[in-house]
Design a protein around this ligand. Sequence first.
Ligand code: ZN
Length: 57
Amino acid sequence: MDMPLSFIIIVVVVAIILIAATTGNRRRADAQSRLCPSCGCTHPPFAQFCPRCGKQV
Ligand SMILES: [Zn+2]
C-alpha cells in the first residue's frame, strides 16, 4: 500500500469541507427558519404570511 502523501491530504481536506458544509447548512437553516407568533409553526424567512394560519409575519 503506497499512496502518495498529496492524495491523502486531498482526501482529508475534501472530507473536512463536506462535513463543515453539512453541519453549516443545517445550523444556518435552523437559524433562518422563524416561528409564527400566532400558531407557533415554522416557516421560511422569506415568507410574508404564515403557511398554516395566514397571519402576516
Ligand atoms: Zn401561523
